[in-house]
Design a protein around this ligand. Sequence first.
Ligand SMILES: *Cc1c(COP(=O)(O)O)cnc(C)c1O
Length: 376
Amino acid sequence: MTTSDLTISSSAHGDMHIDLSAIASNYAVLCGELEGSTTCGSCVKADAYGLGQTPVSRTLALAGCQDFFVAYAEGGIALRRILPDVRIHVFSGLAGGSVDDFSRNDLTPVLNCLDDIKAWSSHCRDNDFTPPADIHIDTGMCRLGMPFEELAFLEENSAFLDDLNIDLVMSHLACADTPEHPMNREQLELFTNVRRVLPMGRASLANSSGVFLGKEYHFDLVRPGAALYGINPVPHRESPVSQVIRLQGKILQVRSVDTPQTVGYGASHQVAGPGRIATVGAGYADGYLRFLSGCSTARIGNISVPVVGQVSMDMITLDITDVPEAISKPGMFVDLIGPHHDVDAVASDSGTIGYEILAALGSRYNRIYHNGGLHT
Ligand SMILES: *Cc1c(COP(=O)(O)O)cnc(C)c1O
């Protein structure tokens, strides 16, 4: 037996095709919305929304991105190994990593409270060194960031900031994907006031959808994530960005059914007449959400096939009665997410958002990257 006999030549869990040139062109679309000196950063948190932080970030850096955002220091440290020259901002700040993690890896903490400011200032004083830090002021998310009382404190005690080298002053929009929502304008006004108190460094407010709210939301730097990965940032309009992923599951078994019977857990689906059921190797453990049971579709060739019965942990069942046998045999692939039925469509089938679909996909799929380095 040779070593190659011991390796798995193709993944039983299916293939996730990721078009890196689509990510680069989506980055260009976002840059195209910006004017003047405004630049475009990239959010690559949660393993670049499930698509793989390393290849995605390399692509974005090649496309010109200089500012990367991750959730925790851990992601920043991994990113620093492959991109020595970009700025890496860590949203959870000092709660998401130690002061040493930040300074050793040249990561920029987003300081989210006065205690963070104190800790970072004393680190800077002790080392006689002022690496950049960001300040996040909460204008309506009530999640991370300083509340207005703390901003008022900073206004009255400006010496508190003396030891800091502030790169970004940022806030985050709660309702940017709903342009008519009054919160957008309220947060914009609050953030404009924040800038009067904290005029130093660059200002950043907009996520993907915020980019499409108009140029007064752009400030110095925008921070899209979702739109880079093919999620429509303007759900009420035709998407300005291209699809990035195609998710294919493998047919494990095909059952011919000629008597009325039920499919899957809970016997929730009844096969009425003669037909064929394909079992495909992707389930909720692979991020194919259980909420998709009985309410989504897959695609074989150009035929749409319903997901029938409950989604299992590692498998789903499709009614492939209408599909020619020649293209629906065990070992063949079906599209679970693809051009016919994109991330946003699958999300709407299960009552969630494209973000959750992408982030849930996980690493069991064989990730196949296309067009890396081809974009110029
Ligand atoms: C995730 C995140 C973003 C990016 O949001 P998208 O909607 O994916 O563009 C920007 N800013 C903050 C603070 C975030 O947490």
